[in-house]
Design a protein around this ligand. Structure first.
Ligand SMILES: Cc1cc2nc3c(=O)[nH]c(=O)nc-3n(C[C@H](O)[C@H](O)[C@H](O)COP(=O)(O)OP(=O)(O)OC[C@H]3O[C@@H](n4cnc5c(N)ncnc54)[C@H](O)[C@@H]3O)c2cc1C
Length: 260
C-alpha cells in the first residue's frame, strides 16, 4: 500500500512569530522553522503502518526552499521518498489553492491507499486543508483521529473532539487527519539522518502539476490579510495580599471587570 503524509514547515511555536509589514503573511525568513508538531504525529502513524502493513511512505510538502528540511526530517524518521512542491507563485497561497496543489501532488504518487495529515497546523490553524484535499481526490475522510487501525482494506478510527468520542469506519483509499494525541513521534536516529540524505526527493512546480497552463490561472489566494494586530503582551496581573480582606479584594476585582 502507498501511504502519503502531508507535512508543513511552520515557525517554531516556542519562538516569537511576526507577520511581515507588507502583506501580513507570516515572516518565515526571520523565524525558527520546524516540522509542524501535529504533522510529526501524522508521519509517525504512517511509519507505524509501514512497519505493520508493509507500506511505502511518501512525504509531501508545499513550501519554499526551507520546507526541504521538514521533508528530510520525515525521511530521517523512516519515510521512503519525498515530493517538494516549490513555486514562487504559491507565496501566500490560501487554503483552497494549497489543497488543489497537494491533491495534484498526491495524484502523482499513484495507487495511494491512505493519505495522512494533521487536523491543523500551528501557524494557519485553518483545519480545512485535509477536508478539501479529500474532496478533490474523492476520498472518504476521517478527521480529528486519535487512534487508527487499518485492516482488510478498511480504516477504523477513534475520533475525539470536545463534544465527545466516535468510532469511524471507511473503505480504503481514504484520508485521515490526526490530532496531537494519537502517538509520540520517534526521534530520527543518526543512522536515519544519514540514510535520509540518499533518499529521493522530487521537486515539482505548478507547471509540473498543472501542465495545462490555464489550470494555473486559478487565483493563488482569494483571501488577503488586510490588517493584523498582535495580541497585547500579557500583563503581570494584580497581586492580592491577604490582610484579612482578600475575599473583598477578589470580589471587587471581578465586579470591576463585570465578571461577577
Ligand atoms: C495567520 C494566517 C491566517 C490565514 N488565514 C487564512 C484564511 O482565512 N483563509 C485562507 O484560505 N488561508 C488563510 N491562511 C493561509 C493558510 O494558512 C495557508 O493556505 C496554508 O497553507 C493552509 O492552511 P493551514 O496551515 O491553516 O492548514 P490546515 O488546514 O490547518 O492544515 C491541516 C493539515 O493540512 C496539511 N497541510 C497544510 N498546509 C500544508 C502544506 N503547505 N504542505 C503540506 N501539507 C500541508 C498538514 O497535514 C496540516 O496539518 C492564513 C495563514 C496565516 C499564517
Amino acid at each position: 500500500m502507498n501511504i502519503v503524509v502531508l507535512v508543513k514547515q511552520v515557525p517554531d511555536t516556542a519562538a516569537e512569530r511576526t507577520l511581515s509589514g507588507t502583506d501580513h503573511t507570516l515572516d518565515r525568513e526571520g523565524a525558527d522553522l520546524v516540522l509542524d508538531e501535529i504533522n510529526e504525529r501524522a508521519a509517525e502513524e504512517a511509519l507505524t503502518l509501514k512497519e505493520t502493513a508493509g507500506a511505502e511512505v511518501t512525504v509531501v510538502s508545499m513550501g519554499p526552499d526551507s520546507a526541504l528540511d521538514a521533508i528530510r526530517t520525515v525521511l530521517a524518521m523512516g519515510a521512503d521518498r519525498g515530493i517538494h512542491v516549490r513555486d514562487d507563485r504559491l507565496r501566500g497561497a490560501d487554503v483552497v489553492t494549497t489543497a488543489k496543489v497537494l491533491a495534484a501532488a498526491v495524484r502523482t504518487v499513484g495507487d495511494v491507499g491512505l493519505v495522512l495529515a494533521g487536523n491543523a497546523t500551528t501557524d494557519g490553524q485553518a483545519s480545512a486543508v485535509p477536508a478539501a484535499v479529500a474532496d478533490l481526490l474523492g476520498l472518504p475522510q476521517l478527521t480529528q483521529v486519535r487512534e487508527l487501525r487499518v485492516t482488510a482494506g478498511r480504516v477504523r478510527a477513534e475520533r475525539e473532539t470536545e463534544h465527545g468520542e466516535a468510532t469511524l469506519d471507511a473503505p480504503l483509499p481514504a484520508l485521515v487527519s490526526v490530532t496531537e494525541k494519537i502517538n509520540e513521534p520517534r526521534y530520527p536516529s543518526f543512522k536515519g539522518i544519514m540514510a535520509a540524505r540518499k533518499k529521493p526527493v522530487e521537486t515539482v512546480g505548478l507547471d509540473d502539476l498543472f501542465p495545462d497552463a490555464d489550470a494555473v490561472g486559478f487565483l493563488v489566494t482569494r483571501t488577503r490579510v488586510v490588517e493584523a494586530v498582535p495580541r497585547p503582551a500579557r500583563t503581570a496581573g494584580v497581586r492580592v495580599t491577604d490582610d484579612g480582606s482578600a475575599d473583598r479584594q477578589v470580589a471587587d476585582y471581578l465586579i470591576a471587570r463585570k465578571l461577577l
